[in-house]
Structure formats: structure tokens, C-alpha cells
Design a protein around this ligand. Structure first.
Ligand SMILES: Cc1cc2nc3c(=O)[nH]c(=O)nc-3n(C[C@H](O)[C@H](O)[C@H](O)COP(=O)(O)OP(=O)(O)OC[C@H]3O[C@@H](n4cnc5c(N)ncnc54)[C@H](O)[C@@H]3O)c2cc1C
Length: 309
């Protein structure tokens, strides 16, 4: 637990009773795993986000940005410092006369809901995102993607808070995007995504909605429901992580209540009472078996953060 009475006092002045201590992060991750955040603060706008990070940095308190926690395995010991829950959700849609329509979104906007809202307005380009849980901040960081498209294909530029505390717009090239990788991911926790501009295209609503529904159906038939983090490992070149795990005979393997999904081997589920330590042990077991059987090193797609006791 951090000992900074002055830090908490200042946070309380600005954010009142939204500041809380020891918030269980399992409530805020899709895998339902993760111990407490020392300090927990939901922010409702980009300006609040900047203000919160600026105060924490002044007191040298580490900041962890949490989107929907859809790509995270947070340790049972939780996260030291302040966890900011990003609820900055303002969206500015382009006028109907815009030739190259650009939508501006704050970084707490939820990607699937943005995809649906764009579809209703005849804005095409985010159909791939309809089943990708998470915020714009998480997607810009991870270069989230599906069905042959990704954030890199839509992003024009994003506004960031720099490590020195300046607000700067960076063009898509700055992010050095690759397959689920980015400069932000490599320089982890130094830049904060505030908002983004995404380039879309006008299309008939019926056509966009049909594509959204088709992608949704495809997901429902191939991916397990329940408490997961999506794909656990990146696909190795010319192969699929799920195929390798399945071929190693590991579908359904359990450590405690953490299980390799019997439906899709690259999805690991919390069956209800798993710990983050169970999940990490299962990850290590699968990596070791696949390495032994096929001499392939499976690289994590999810991020492991926080304290594991
Ligand atoms: C059922 C399921 C299906 C999934 N399918 C897909 C898929 O098809 N394709 C895919 O790419 N992913 C998929 N995922 C993973 C997940 O949806 C993406 O990785 C998503 O981009 C995570 O966003 P988030 O807001 O939850 O980020 P979080 O998990 O909360 O955070 C991820 C990282 O981003 C950082 N971060 C978050 N917000 C900010 C910010 N504003 N500024 C700076 N850093 C920030 C965090 O600190 C952390 O390092 C799936 C997950 C689930 C549970």
C-alpha cells in the first residue's frame, strides 16, 4: 500500500468519493481475475484523465491504465499505485457531407458499441471490431484486429499524453504497428492514449449491418463464452496457436479452475474460482508442452501484469 496522504488528499479534492482504495480488479477484467488496486479512480473525460495522471506523476505514483481488462492477466496480489478506469466516452461523428468521414473518439469508448453506432449511421470500416471487447485505448495500444483488419487500418492519428506530460497528436506511422504489436506496447506505461481519429467510409446501412451480424455469428460458433481473455497466444508464423495446443492433446487441461477451453484451445477459461496463479501455471504448462512436442515457442498475446505472490 502506498503511503501518500497528500496524494490521496489532492485526488479527493478533485474527484471526491470516486477515489477508493483496494478495489478488487477481478471485478473489472473479462477473466474475472486480479487482486486489489491500491488506489482506484474512474475518469469520465479526457480532461479528467489528464488531470489524474498529472497529479499521480507529480507524487511519483505509478499509473496503470485499465480499459475493459479484456487482454490482461492481473496477479492475485493486484497492482501497486493507481489504476485508472477509463470511462471517457465522448464520440464526435462526421457530418453527412464529409467525403472522407473521420470519427473522433475518446479512449474509453467501447469498440463493439462504436462499431454498431457507426453502422447505424452508414459508416463502414469497423465491422471487424464488433466482437472485440475493449476500449479504444486498449485497441490503439494493442493494434487489436480481426478478420484481416485491425486498428492500424482505421487510425488516422491519436492524441497522447507524453511521458513529460504534453498532449500531442501522433499520426498512425508513429505507432509502428505490427501483428498485435505497437510502439506503445513496447514503451509500455509511458504514453497514455487520450483520443483517436478513425477513417471510415460511407456504405448502405443494410450492407454494414449484414456484415456485423455475419462476424458475430462466426464468433459465436467458434469461440467459447465465459470468463476468458480472448486468444491467449499469438499465432506463430504459418500456423495457429490453437492448432498446436490441440495437437499437443491439451484441450480441456486444467490447473485448479483454470482450463484450456475444450471448444477452442487458444482460449483459457476461468471456470469460476480460478486464481491468477492457476492461470499463469496453465500458461507455462502449455508453453512447455508445445515447445517439447513441436519446438515452437508460443508468445503471449495477453499481457501479464501486477503482483503474483
Ligand atoms: C472474448 C474475447 C475475444 C477477443 N477477441 C479479440 C480479437 O478478435 N482481436 C483482438 O485483437 N483482441 C481480442 N481480444 C482481446 C481484447 O479484446 C483486445 O486486446 C482489446 O484491445 C483490449 O482492450 P481493453 O480496453 O480491454 O484493454 P486492457 O486489457 O484493459 O489493457 C490492455 C493494455 O492496454 C493498455 N491501455 C488501455 N487503455 C489505455 C490508454 N488509454 N492509454 C494507454 N494504455 C492503455 C493497458 O494498460 C494494457 O497495457 C478478445 C478478448 C476477449 C475477452
Amino acid at each position: 500500500m502506498i503511503d501518500s496522504t497528500l496524494f490521496l488528499a489532492e485526488l479527493n479534492v478533485v474527484f471526491g468519493d470516486r477515489v477508493s482504495l483496494n478495489e478488487p480488479l477481478a471485478r473489472h477484467t473479462t477473466a474475472r481475475l486480479g487482486g486489489p488496486a491500491d488506489v482506484w479512480l474512474p475518469v469520465n473525460s479526457v480532461n479528467e484523465l489528464v488531470q489524474a495522471v498529472t497529479i499521480a506523476r507529480r507524487f511519483e505514483i505509478p499509473v496503470f491504465m485499465l480499459g475493459s481488462g479484456a487482454n490482461l492477466l492481473i496477479g492475485d496480489g493486484g497492482i501497486r499505485g493507481m489504476v485508472i478506469a477509463n470511462r471517457a466516452m465522448h464520440i464526435t461523428f462526421p457530418g453527412t457531407d464529409a467525403e472522407a468521414p473521420v470519427v473522433r473518439v475518446e479512449s474509453g469508448v467501447i469498440l463493439p458499441s462504436l462499431a454498431r453506432r457507426c453502422a447505424q449511421r452508414g459508416l463502414s470500416g469497423l465491422e471487424w471490431a464488433v466482437g472485440v471487447p475493449g476500449t479504444i485505448g486498449g485497441a490503439v495500444t494493442n493494434n487489436a484486429g480481426a478478420y484481416g483488419s485491425d486498428m492500424a487500418a482505421n487510425l488516422v492519428r491519436a492524441e497522447l499524453l507524453s511521458p513529460e506530460g504534453r498532449r500531442v497528436w501522433q499520426p498512425v506511422g508513429w505507432f509502428e504497428y505490427g501483428y498485435r504489436s505497437s510502439r506503445l506496447k513496447r514503451e509500455s506505461r509511458t504514453w497514455i492514449v487520450l483520443q483517436a481519429e478513425l477513417l471510415l467510409a460511407w456504405e448502405p446501412v443494410t450492407r454494414i449491418v449484414a456484415q456485423l451480424n455475419a462476424f458475430n455469428e462466426r464468433r459465436k460458433s467458434t469461440q467459447p463464452p465465459g470468463a476468458t481473455m480472448g486468444s491467449m497466444f499469438k499465432n506463430p508464423p504459418d500456423d495457429f496457436a490453437g492448432r498446436l495446443i490441440d495437437a499437443a492433446g491439451l484441450k480441456g487441461t486444467q490447473v485448479g479452475q483454470a482450463q484450456v477451453s475444450p471448444l477452442h484451445a487458444n482460449f483459457f477459461q476461468n471456470l469460476g474460482d480460478a486464481t491468477a496463479a492457476d492461470m499463469l501455471a496453465l500458461i507455462r504448462l502449455v508453453q512447455a508442452e508445445v515447445q517439447k512436442k513441436f519446438e515452437v515457442t508460443l508468445e503471449l498475446e495477453i499481457e501479464v501484469v501486477g503482483e503474483f505472490n
